[in-house]
Design a protein around this ligand. Structure first.
Ligand code: PTJ
Length: 251
């Protein structure tokens, strides 16, 4: 049992959730390694949602509301960390979820689908009846009703080459990635540099504020959005944090 008095209590609870989902066959072992990388960047960022993250989250919500055929892609880490919130976001925006995995097995797809259903998700696509050309790994197996035909794809915790291929196929890509240096972060149209456990609840609040907004207001948010500036702020924030801590050591 993790004592609530432990200084890293929240972080340890999240790790526990992931380990539990690995044991249930939802998350891959590789997902634990990916989480460790994310955690390290979150540590450097101070484990808060910075203004540049909130700006990207707002732009993401606007793009999802304006899209014709949006889809939310779910992998094993996303299912472990935010199944209820991602189900809520999907239901609120009326956007289906698609189970799309890097380490794909039919058994894992089914387990994630059931986990999402039990978490309250309405529409889940997991047919895997279409192929995204130009990709060599399992993420190429997609659903003809979802990623295959989508104009906007929300893919939290993505791997770089698929993001680039989605762009080649003319899709707009939104991602959540704590690593502002990753290929995904650089290739996406909107990169939310925030922990997914904070990003999705933030977006749910924003949907409630933005879903009645005029189209011109949503367009305006997107016109002002600049992903390179957001990534640059994220890197500057890491730099400033490191410089401050280093100065404090010498005081
Ligand atoms: O379930 P599968 O088989 O589809 O596999 C999922 C993983 C995540 C294992 C797979 O997509 C993968 O290997 O991803 P990468 O290439 O390691 O990229 C994951 C990115 O997510 C990394 O840049 C991490 O920094 C970032 N990340 C990890 N945990 C979080 C995160 N970003 C936001 N919130 C997190 N909690």
């Amino acid at each position: 049992m993790i004592p609530p008095t432990h200084p890293r209590y929240q972080s340890l609870l999240i790790r526990e959730r992931l380990v539990n989902c690995v044991n249930r066959g939802i998350t891959s072992y590789h997902g634990l390694i990916a989480h460790g990388r994310g955690e390290a960047f979150d540590y450097l960022l101070g484990e808060v949602s910075h203004p540049f993250a909130l700006e990207a989250e707002k732009a993401a919500v606007c793009l999802l509301i304006l899209a014709d055929h949006p889809i939310i892609s779910v992998n094993g880490n996303c299912a472990a960390l935010v199944s209820e919130d991602i189900a809520k976001l999907s239901n609120l925006l009326d956007i289906p979820l698609e189970v799309n995995l890097f380490h794909r097995t039919d058994a894992r797809v089914e387990k994630i689908e059931n986990h999402l259903k039990n978490s309250g998700a309405g529409r889940i696509y997991a047919r895997g009846d279409a192929i995204l050309e130009d990709l060599d790994h399992d993420r190429r197996v997609v659903d003809s009703r979802g990623i295959y035909r989508a104009d906007v794809v929300f893919v939290p915790l993505e791997d770089g080459d698929r993001c680039e291929v989605l762009k080649i196929h003319g899709k707009k890509v939104i991602t959540v990635d704590l690593n502002p240096l990753s290929r995904t972060a650089r290739a996406a149209d909107i990169t939310i540099v925030d922990n997914i456990v904070r990003a999705i609840p933030n977006m749910i609040k924003m949907v409630n504020e933005l879903k009645t907004a005029d189209k011109s207001e949503l367009d305006g948010v997107l016109a002002r959005y600049d992903n390179r500036r957001v990534l640059s702020y994220a890197l500057e924030t890491i730099n400033e944090n490191l410089n401050r801590i280093s100065r404090e050591l010498l005081e």
